[in-house]
Design a protein around this ligand. Structure first.
Ligand SMILES: CC(=O)N[C@H]1[C@@H](OP(=O)(O)OP(=O)(O)OC[C@H]2O[C@@H](n3ccc(=O)[nH]c3=O)[C@H](O)[C@@H]2O)O[C@H](CO)[C@@H](O)[C@@H]1O
Ligand SMILES: C=C(OP(=O)(O)O)C(=O)O
Length: 435
């Protein structure tokens, strides 16, 4: 298990370029299975989850070639359909959440797919009902194999239909869209997720020849086509990484410019940081954050305590709530952080409490934070990263803290943030990676 040894207290300064979006890349890489033609992807983040998904596709028979820095070409000519029943496939699938999205393309193109229990962050129940019920509505049949622990899905030709999703699942919507683009007839998906990840996927599918209307909304209409062709696609900058850097700048009182953020695709994220009292300027497509001695959390218009809560897009992504929570520990004022979607994502606050933060964990979904207004620093300590985003929140806490912290299990952070120690050290942080 690798760890970060962090000497806290440095103010950071300089420019940082965000990586390509992890959760978009997971969808997009799975979509390359939909065509035997070449698909070239740019701005691919070389993080553990993405490298593992690419290895899984290679093992399935996809030709994957690195064509430049952060660029890869994929060609899914001959897929080994025996491999997708193998123990190796199940083992690889279990390492990341994104693996679940190979199912839609396999079902659409080959009429057969196996769904092993996917991995990903252990942040509460992560059900797959939306995916499976969606495939069933398109005419697929599924059985659970109790001996081998996987779902087997089959179809003798998917057919378009109307469906109202029980929840706006991100990976569920991506999976169903990828199945529907090659189904016969028209599919309507209501209550579809509409994050920029999904919008980007849909735009790429359209360039491959798909017919999709309603992109960016929660009502998608897809007219199935016979086949899809090759294309090129560039990932957006990772909005979760951008949000993490905004939070880090505020906590460490640093002056940072985040380059080429694709501001229009950040949705409500900048406005929510502004409600935390954090100043920033949009300069072209960059975000400039000046060094701030203090930041004061807004109240609601009636004077009541601010709540920062997640909601399906265009609401605030749950993946940034851990960062908002840590940022609040040094703000002036109080805030209620309400993580509605996941039930085990706030437990990392005990580490922040150990560091001296004033937090009351009200229940698994809600924590009240009373900020120190930078009058009292957090204290460095020993901690373990429980999931990607809590890991980064703890790293931000450690960077701002007095003294030395050790963060164990940084493999969790590496799943989602490329080379984060070196990139932050280039801004003046003091992070040493030890194996
Ligand atoms: C690989 C990937 O892309 N992972 C992201 C994806 O996971 P993933 O697609 O697995 O998450 P889902 O969107 O399916 O749902 C996440 C959780 O939120 C709940 N839920 C979902 C929709 C809804 O309207 N109401 C609701 O309560 C679900 O029950 C579930 O517990 O989306 C999550 C929600 O943005 C993010 O945290 C993950 O980083
Ligand atoms: C929860 C996340 O990832 P995953 O769905 O891959 O576990 C995340 O990116 O914050």
């Amino acid at each position: 298990m690798a760890e970060f040894i962090v000497q806290g207290g440095n103010r950071l300064k300089g420019e940082i370029v965000p990586q390509g979006a992890k959760n978009e890349a997971l969808q997009i890489i799975c979509a390359t299975l939909l065509t035997p033609e070449r698909v070239t992807l740019h701005n691919v983040p070389e993080i553990v989850d993405i490298l593992q998904l690419m290895d899984m596709l290679r093992a399935m028979g996809v030709e994957v070639e690195k064509t430049g820095p952060q660029s890869y070409a994929f060609r899914a000519r001959d897929i080994d359909l025996d491999y997708i029943r193998s123990e190796d496939y199940r083992r690889r699938g279990a390492r990341l959440r994104g693996s679940v999205m190979v199912i839609g393309p396999l079902l659409a193109r080959f009429g057969i797919a196996y769904l092993p229990k996917p991995g990903g962050d252990k942040i509460g129940r992560r059900r797959l009902d939306t995916h499976l019920i969606g495939f069933q509505k398109l005419g697929a049949k599924f059985d659970y194999d109790f001996d081998n622990n996987y779902f087997a899905l089959r179809s003798d030709g998917l057919r378009g239909t109307y469906m109202l999703l029980d929840e706006a699942s991100v990976t569920g919507t991506a999976n169903i869209v990828m199945a529907a683009v090659l189904a016969r007839g028209e599919t309507t998906i209501y209550n579809a997720a509409c994050e920029p990840y999904i919008q980007q996927l849909c735009r790429m599918l359209v360039r491959m020849g798909a017919d999709i209307r309603g992109i960016g909304s929660n009502l998608l209409t897809i007219r199935g086509v016979e086949r899809l062709g090759g294309t090129e696609h560039t990932m957006l900058p990772d909005m979760i990484e951008i949000g993490s850097f905004i939070g880090m700048a505020a906590m460490t009182q640093s002056e940072i410019t985040i380059k080429e953020v694709s501001f229009g695709d950040l949705g409500i994220i900048p406005a929510q940081f502004a409600r935390m009292g954090i100043h920033f300027e949009q300069r072209g497509d960059d975000i400039y954050i000046p060094s701030q001695e203090h930041y004061e959390i807004d109240t609601f218009l009636d004077g009541s305590i601010m709540t920062i809560a997640d909601a399906p897009w265009p609401g605030l992504t749950p993946d940034l709530l851990s960062v908002f929570l840590v940022v609040a520990t040094q703000a002036k004022g109080s805030v209620l952080i309400h993580q509605k979607m996941f039930e085990s994502r706030l437990f990392f606050v005990d580490k922040l409490i150990d560091m001296g933060a004033q937090i009351i964990l009200c229940d698994p979904h809600r924590a009240t934070v009373i900020g120190h207004n930078h009058e009292r620093r957090l204290r460095g300590t020993m901690m373990t990263s429980p999931d990607i985003r809590a890991g980064v929140a703890l790293l931000i806490a450690a960077l701002s803290a007095e003294g030395r912290s050790v963060i164990q299990n940084v493999e969790q952070i590496d799943r989602g943030y490329q080379n984060i120690d070196a990139r932050l050290n280039a801004l003046g942080a003091n992070i040493v990676r030890a194996e």
